[in-house]
Ligand binder design. Structure first.
Ligand code: NAD
Length: 350
């Protein structure tokens, strides 16, 4: 099979997880049974994971610009866990225009380049020169102009476009027609973690409805400790994210329900996304996300136990946090002990 040549707009944590994940599966090919691969679609048509290759990348972080992509993905403030070594990729990260990709409170954390010293490249020309076939948009939430700029550059260069952020481009008739007219693929909008809060919320709502239980109202609070969450502490950037996430759940319910879903806090030491799904009807489901040194579990008979008492020599990840690595890439199982996963019926206490 020929390779799929991919370019990236934004080399943050999702880009890191994607590149590392592909490298991981190059070394550990998905098993034939398709059940335990960690991937929803180990093959897409005739294409396999290892057929994806990266040919260009655009950034505004001065410490990433000029670096090889294999190094940029591990450059601060990226903090996605390392699951794979990535050899030199022979792709130099180029300066993209800043536009509205960077909110005022993100200038410092993103180490944005100085416009007097660095000039952005001609993105469409770079895409053409690199032979890119697909441009993947990983800009921060709220990049209304930025997302449209990169979509237009993809069109100009004859590239497909995958919009991973909640800006309505693929779902907009005008934009999708432009790609259709040029016979270019477009996909989006917004990605969903493999087993993150939104899909868990959807599954719960679906379960309630199938079991004849009426959902009266629902909300989901997400918090995390990466720049995605730091960026989203400013409500003005969240408009489309709230619509995107709320629609994902509310669309399942065949009547109007008060629903509020979205990022609610940034906690610098929260390594993974933590969320609560709360439905008034019956139960409180708390995703048990803790980088737990001592996770207290109360058994049904009232006795308590902690992860340390159960012989954990090293901090262990709870089941949910293991499932919430960025962009749905499964973490390195060697470093995660799931043997003490919490019994499904044991209430959790903070
Ligand atoms: N992690 C998930 O599962 C998930 C789910 C849904 C949506 N998303 C969305 O995907 C996007 C990427 O997430 P992330 O965790 O990688 O975020 P991130 O903050 O780690 O990365 C964003 C990157 O974009 C760069 N950037 C900002 N403006 C730019 C510009 N004009 N041109 C080029 N680069 C620019 C920043 O320097 C940063 O490196 C976010 O919008 C996020 O909400 C992620």
């Amino acid at each position: 099979m020929s390779k799929i040549k991919v370019a990236l707009a934004g080399v943050g944590n999702c880009a890191s997880a994607l590149i590392q994940g592909i490298q991981y599966y190059r070394k550990n090919p998905p098993k034939e049974d398709n059940l335990t691969t960690g991937l929803m679609h180990p093959k897409f048509g005739d294409y396999k994971v290892e057929d994806i290759t990266f040919v260009a990348a655009f950034e505004v972080n001065r410490n990433k610009i000029g670096s090889d992509l294999s190094k940029a993905i591990f450059t601060e403030p990226n903090c996605a866990p390392k699951i794979s070594d990535v050899p030199d990729m022979d792709v130099t990260v180029k300066a993209g225009p800043i536009l509205d990709g960077v909110a005022p409170h993100m200038r410092e954390p993103f180490h944005v380049y100085n416009k007097n010293r660095t000039k952005p490249v001609d993105v469409a020309a770079e895409l053409k020169d690199s032979g890119a076939e697909i441009l993947v948009n990983y800009l921060p939430v709220g990049s209304e102009k930025g997302a449209r700029f990169y979509a237009q550059q993809a069109l100009d260069a004859g590239c497909g476009f995958v919009n991973c952020i909640p800006e309505f481009i693929a779902s907009n008739d005008g934009w999708s027609k432009k790609f259709e007219d040029r016979k270019l693929p477009i996909a989006g909008d917004d990605i969903k973690s493999q087993v993150g809060a939104t899909i868990v919320h959807r599954a719960l709502v679906d379960l309630f409805l199938k079991r004849g239980v009426r959902v009266d109202e629902s909300y989901q609070l997400n918090l995390g400790g990466d720049t995605d969450f730091l960026n989203m502490t400013v409500e003005e950037r969240l408009h489309s994210k709230r619509i995107s996430k709320t629609t994902a759940v509310a669309s399942l319910i065949p009547y109007d329900v008060p629903t509020r879903i979205g990022p609610s806090d940034y906690v610098p030491w929260a390594l993974t996304v933590e969320s609560e799904v709360l439905s008034r009807v019956s139960l409180l489901t708390v995703s048990s996300i803790r980088q737990s040194r001592s996770l207290t579990v109360r058994r049904p008979n009232g006795s308590k136990t902690t992860s340390k008492e159960r012989g954990s020599a090293k901090p262990r990840l709870s089941l949910f946090s293991a499932l919430q690595e960025p962009a749905g890439i499964l973490p390195n199982y060697d470093s995660i002990d799931l043997s003490s996963s919490i019994p499904h019926n044991a209430p959790l206490h903070p």
